[in-house]
Ligand binder design. Structure first.
Ligand code: HEC
Ligand code: HEC
Length: 368
């Protein structure tokens, strides 16, 4: 419906209509505690950086700053772009699929942490991220901070850094990340699944392309998640889709201490973690929920090499049709079967974009 300024008559139904939206449960005390920790910028060394500095709610809980984000210590950069943490809670632990004989699951883009509890230790201690000397000192800071008392209500006992305090901090973060603020399943797509709104004709065409000619469905399936969750748009599998090197990655210029290979550094992803060359260049297929938030300026892929969601679609469409334009970072293991020459028209790409935008959380529409 169009709202025209100056026409009170047109505004009237908007003001009085009940809104169609997915109702959210209130956060539990443990989730609220996790939220306080997630946004606490006093937990880096030096102070100034929180989890939200790299996983911003305004950016779909992905990087607010484009590609690779500077750590708490000025001038230090990691090798990868921060992915969205929304729906990461639903990723199973890294395992080998016996039938498909492929790897699946695990936190981080290379699966090296089992679950969110193990994962959260990473950024607190990583010298190119929050740079704490040990996890105990994070607990000590929280114990001396303004919300330390909230642990008593959340966990029925006070925060004790000598016993299970650290575990509770990590559990609270994981609960927040899996809870209704970070993973709300409240997109237009979810409302359409619930029968509360209808997708437009263009969005439906985009969805059909997604499942058909564009082959996105093969790795970002719209079938229910592993425990029956609404579709997560990932099969948690690993692939080398041939994402190019990002020449602007500040990691290349990091000192030898952090990057012994300098400008010759190659990110082998799963292969480096497992020390298996057959897995080199493979990264976990990410969820596409909230993928269109900041779609024009967002830097996609493990190294932030493709800027803008349209560029991502052009890459899938024409990687092999326009050889040389997107030279892969790791050439040996590139998947040549499922992408690269999709023969999509500009209109098809517009339709796919329209569909991907329906995966953005927090959709509300006035009921007619
Ligand atoms: C300096 C930026 C930075 C900060 C601060 C940061 N992260 Fe991250 N985060 C990243 C990057 C980069 C990755 C991907 C790393 C990789 O794949 O090797 C990541 C990955 C993750 C993932 C894995 C998501 C997935 O799908 O694999 C989760 C969950 C996460 N971070 C949560 C947190 C939490 C919780 C905090 C605070 C304790 C935090 N991050 C602080 C940059 C950051
Ligand atoms: C063969 C499996 C496969 C197919 C087919 C596939 N993807 Fe992906 N997708 C991946 C993997 C793996 C990554 C992560 C690559 C990386 O980080 O280097 C990815 C990354 C992405 C990203 C970037 C996510 C981020 O957070 O940076 C977007 C967007 C995306 N895919 C959308 C699509 C769309 C749209 C289609 C259909 C046109 C599609 N994908 C088809 C496996 C696939």
């Amino acid at each position: 419906m169009r709202v025209r300024i100056g026409w009170g008559f047109w505004l009237f139904p908007l003001l009085f209509a009940a809104q169609a939206a997915i109702a959210q449960p209130a956060m539990t005390p443990v989730q609220q505690l996790g939220r306080a920790i997630f946004f606490d910028a006093s937990l880096s060394e030096p102070a100034g950086q929180s989890c939200a500095s790299c996983h911003s709610p305004d950016a779909g809980f992905a990087s607010p700053a484009g590609a690779i984000v500077e750590g708490a210590v000025k001038g230090r950069f990691g090798n990868r772009a921060p992915p969205s943490v929304s729906y990461a809670a639903f990723t199973p632990i890294l395992h080998r699929d016996k039938v498909e004989k492929t790897f699946s699951g695990g936190q981080f883009r290379d699966g090296r942490a089992a679950d969110l509890v193990e994962q959260a230790k990473g950024p607190f201690l990583n010298p190119v991220e929050m740079n704490n000397p040990d996890i105990g000192s994070v607990c000590t800071k929280i114990a001396a901070g303004p919300y330390a008392g909230d642990f008593t209500q959340a966990f029925a006992e006070p925060l004790d850094c000598k016993t299970n305090g650290v575990q509770r901090i990590l559990q609270a973060l994981a609960a927040y990340e899996g809870g209704p603020e970070v993973s709300p399943f409240s997109s237009k797509y979810d409302l359409a699944l619930a029968g509360k709104v209808q997708l437009t004709a263009q969005e439906v065409r985009g969805y059909q392309l997604f499942q058909g000619q564009a082959r996105c469905e093969r790795c970002h399936p719209s079938s229910p998640g592993p425990r029956g969750e609404p579709p997560l748009f990932t099969d948690f599998g690993y692939d080398n889709i041939g994402a190019p090197r990002n020449p602007k990655n500040p990691f290349y210029a990091q000192p030898k201490e952090f990057n012994p290979d300098g400008a010759a550094y190659i990110d082998n992803g799963l292969g480096a973690f497992l020390r298996r060359p057959s897995e080199n260049g493979k990264f976990r297929s990410p969820s596409l929920r909230n993928i269109a938030v900041n779609e024009k300026s967002r830097a996609y892929m493990h190294n932030g090499s493709l800027v803008g969601l349209r560029e991502v679609l052009e890459f899938y469409n024409k990687r092999d049709a326009e050889p040389g334009h997107w030279a892969p970072e790791v050439a040996q293991t590139v998947n040549k079967d499922d992408l690269g020459d999709l023969k999509l028209s500009d209109r098809d790409i517009d339709d796919l974009l329209a569909f991907l935008r329906t995966l953005t959380d927090g959709f509300t529409s006035p009921a007619r």
